[in-house]
Design a binder for this molecule. Structure first.
Ligand code: PEP
Ligand code: MG
Length: 399
């Protein structure tokens, strides 16, 4: 029933106005799935290769589509993803593009779910999924590669850890975002928005910490449940010539570790992503050793959703959490392998969007399917609310 009968690929717009790859997968019994590849700006050095969409589409039509159509069952995700890997023939999807691969992989999963009449999270995660929901990490203030002339730290993320439901968590983050805007106004600081819809004011990181603390605590008082915050430092983007650049100032690796450890304690941070350069496993391990008992130290550019890099990290205790971005590795099977390796080693897997997104909602289902403790998918703005609203629908069982 789930035999694939057609795979079509096209260029569509992403949230930055760039073209990206969208895939439609049809099965013999009329199952249909559609998915689009997201795209990063602060991409990790070791990510799978994103090709220009026109090239990725042409290569996938030539190499992948003939291996899928009439050959593979959409209901068998491992078979779909193995066909994509075989069609590509490289380690990093440089032949057909991780953008074509991930779009097809996710579209096939949706087509498989459609045939079974099951919601995607259940098709991917099994019948017992759907009772636990991830806490959304909401990007409230940011800069780095996502906004010019704003903070050095890429993302200040609200984390409504005490929210009684996913819906209340989603609305809490929106309130923190709105409160941060009021505080910026009170301080006379104008703020545009960055790629993910976070405020991108020209303030120092120190001031952003203060604003976050105030916004989070005001909304916590108003709503009556615990809200904390966290960071994506995206430190690889700051690391040049052996030091971390904060505007005109620099920090050595030891100073960076001290700084992050101090911020964890001063602000009771619940989550810190990419605090150090993507090649610095030892630095990650030292920081995790210092503060890993009270916060999540998460590897994004460090691990790039790749089981080999994750295993290296596990071997040295480099983090206690991994960020999962399916397009960093190219297929859902590879992303699941990374989640499973993390969980077998007592690490949390956090599911994430990219800074360039579409209205695709696959990651909301992936987070529920994998029982993720957190999902990072923005706070406001259509391509972010698409995922957040999908989480609310899943919780409401109305998908
Ligand atoms: C979402 C992120 O940004 P990008 O997609 O630009 O890598 C991130 O770094 O976690
Ligand atoms: Mg990151």
């Amino acid at each position: 029933m789930t035999r694939i009968t057609s795979v079509s690929l096209r260029r569509v717009l992403d949230s930055r106005g760039n073209p990206t790859v969208e895939a439609d997968v049809l099965t013999e019994s009329g199952g249909f799935g559609r998915a689009a590849a997201p795209s990063g700006a602060s991409t990790g050095e070791y990510e799978a290769i994103e090709l220009p969409p026109t090239e990725a589409i042409a290569a996938a039509r030539r190499h992948a589509v003939p291996r899928l159509v009439d050959e593979v069952y959409a209901g068998d995700q491992r078979e779909v993803d193995a066909a994509l890997r075989a069609a590509d023939g490289t380690e990093n999807f440089s032949e057909i593009g991780a953008n074509s691969a991930v779009a097809i992989s996710m579209a096939a999963a949706k087509a498989g779910a459609d045939v079974l009449g099951a919601p995607l999270y259940q098709h991917l995660g099994g019948a017992f999924r759907g009772d636990n929901f991830p806490t959304p990490l909401g990007n409230v203030i940011g800069g780095g590669e996502h906004a010019k002339e704003a903070t050095n730290i890429q993302e200040f993320l609200a984390a409504p850890v005490g929210a009684p439901s996913v819906s209340e968590a989603v609305f809490a983050n929106a309130k923190v975002h709105a409160r941060a805007s009021e505080i910026l106004d009170e301080r006379g600081v104008p703020a545009a928005k960055g790629d993910e819809g976070a405020w991108a004011p020209a303030v120092s990181d120190a001031e952003a910490f203060e604003i976050m603390e105030e916004a989070v605590s005001d909304v916590e008082d108003e709503l009556g449940f615990e809200i904390r915050f966290g960071l994506d430092i995206a430190a690889s983007e700051m690391f040049e010539d052996g030091v971390y650049h904060y505007g005109d100032e620099t920090k050595t690796t030891d100073e960076q570790i001290d700084y992050v450890a101090e911020m964890v304690d001063e602000y009771d941070l619940v989550y810190v992503e990419d605090p150090l350069d993507e090649n610095d496993y030892e630095g990650f391990a030292e920081l995790t050793d210092r503060v890993g008992d009270r916060t999540l130290i998460c590897g994004d550019d460090l691990f790039v959703t790749n089981v080999d890099r994750l295993q290296e990290g596990i071997d040295v205790g480099a983090a206690n959490s991994i960020l999962i971005k399916p397009n960093q590795i190219g297929t859902l099977s590879d992303a699941f392998d990374a989640v499973e390796l993390a969980s077998r080693n007592g690490m949390d897997a956090v599911i994430s969007h990219r800074s360039g997104e579409t209205e695709d909602t696959t990651i909301a289902h992936l987070a529920v399917a994998t029982d993720a403790p957190f999902i990072k998918t923005g706070t406001v703005q259509g391509e972010r609310t698409a995922k957040l609203n999908e989480l609310i629908r899943i919780a409401d069982d109305a998908v």
